[in-house]
Ligand binder design. Structure first.
Ligand SMILES: [Zn+2]
Length: 395
């Protein structure tokens, strides 16, 4: 979501696991202990599986410290004090790692020294699993403790310099989102695709992000005891949006949309961009949307945040109605910032004027920072953006 922050984070020296315990004030009187289906758990159950690479033909892997390679769950097939850069590829259906062929259906690489496993230049804290998919392709899954994962995502989703209560709110929203996916996909090979959240492994870790996540360790949001999909986005533009309108998902009070009023400082609060008509057409046609010669574009079926649920494209011949979110993702989410826009045909270009950045559902990141600056604490902030939600400590 915030690409510039990745770059900033690249230069932050990683990182310290040994963090002193937090001194922040914490009022747990409003936090319920336990939750449905989460009454007891052991440590090993707190891992989350992230799809890092999907059906690729090659990757590069290294470990700057002690490591172990397992074929399957417990069979050690290799170990050493340092793994130099090694190419990974599939050879006749078997995994080749650094020139050595392994006759295992899966390889698990464990970092025993704590420096992380570097996969295609990004260091990861969890265990890396290589899974052949075809005779030539493989996928890579990271299995990592959920709290460590929240630390990594927090550092990429929100600037480290922001208010601590803004960061705590974001951490709880991330943990809630991840727990929801963990439960929904508990029997699947992975819980989350890396692209669902901003995540760059250990590059997102800082001393502050570790401390912030510890402040709220194990705390999630629920509605009537159920951990929900706590969506978040950069800037709502004044009012957050109803999940039913944006994603077509079942209505839920915490995701029904609220007046924000705290994100005016975002440079995406209002915006205007010119996008070449030919570029839009090309992207739509590539996705098999049957349009040519666009005359006008407008959003329809607006929610309280003025995001359209659909886009009507009038072409020289006929018109096309499509899901607004899909239209935005096809045109480019970093060009067309939101679906709360009006459009004007300028001949060669279409000028989109709109507000907000992102889908508009759930927590508004710039709004959270605005509330924290005004002195609201993280529990109040979450209560505002996810109305009627409850806080629960599940482990
Ligand atoms: Zn907002």
């Amino acid at each position: 979501m915030h690409k510039t922050f990745y770059i900033a984070i690249m230069f932050i020296v990683p990182f310290l696991v040994a963090v002193t315990h937090l001194s922040c004030k914490r009022d747990i009187t409003k936090i319920e202990e336990g939750g449905r289906d989460y009454a007891s758990r052991d440590e090993s159950a707190l891992n989350v599986r992230i799809l890092l690479l999907d059906r690729v033909k090659k990757a590069e892997l290294s470990v700057d410290g002690r490591y172990q390679i397992l074929g399957g769950l417990s069979n050690v097939v290799d170990e050493g004090v340092k793994l130099d850069k090694a190419n990974v590829f599939i050879e006749n259906g078997w995994i080749n790692l650094g020139g050595k062929r392994h006759y295992n259906s899966e390889l698990r690489i464990k970092d025993l020294g704590g420096s992380g496993i570097v996969l295609d230049s990004i260091p990861y804290r969890g265990e890396i699993r290589i899974l052949p998919q075809t005779d030539k392709e493989f996928s890579v899954i990271e299995e990592i403790n959920i709290e460590n994962f929240v630390v990594g995502v927090l550092g990429c989703e929100m600037p480290n310099s922001w208010e601590e209560d803004a960061l705590r709110s974001q951490a709880v929203a991330i943990r809630t989102y991840v727990e929801n996916r963990r439960k929904a996909k508990k029997n699947e090979p992975f819980h989350l695709d890396k692209s669902e959240l901003a995540y760059r492994g250990m590059l997102g870790e800082t001393a502050k992000s570790v401390k912030i996540v510890q402040d709220t360790a194990g705390i999630v949001m629920a509605y009537h005891g159920e951990i929900f999909s706590a969506y978040f986005h950069s800037t709502c533009g004044g009012h957050t949006e109803d999940v039913n309108l944006v994603f077509g998902k079942e209505k839920l009070p915490p995701l029904s949309g609220v007046k924000c009023g705290y994100c005016e400082n975002s440079k995406y609060y209002t915006w205007s961009v010119n996008i070449e008509k030919s570029s839009i057409l090309q992207k739509l046609q590539k996705a098999k949307v049957n349009v040519s010669n666009i005359v006008s574009v407008k959003t329809v079926n607006h929610g309280p945040g003025e995001h359209g649920s659909e886009v009507e494209i009038i072409a020289a011949k006929g018109k096309e109605l499509m899901n607004a979110n899909r239209f935005r993702l096809l045109v480019g989410p970093n060009n067309l910032y939101s679906t709360a826009f009006t459009a004007r045909n300028n001949g060669k270009n279409i000028t989109f004027s709109g507000k907000g950045w992102g889908h508009g559902v759930g927590l508004c990141q710039y709004g959270v920072q605005g509330m924290a600056k005004k002195g609201f604490n993280w529990r109040e902030i979450l209560g505002h953006y996810y109305p009627k939600s409850e806080l629960r400590r599940i482990y």
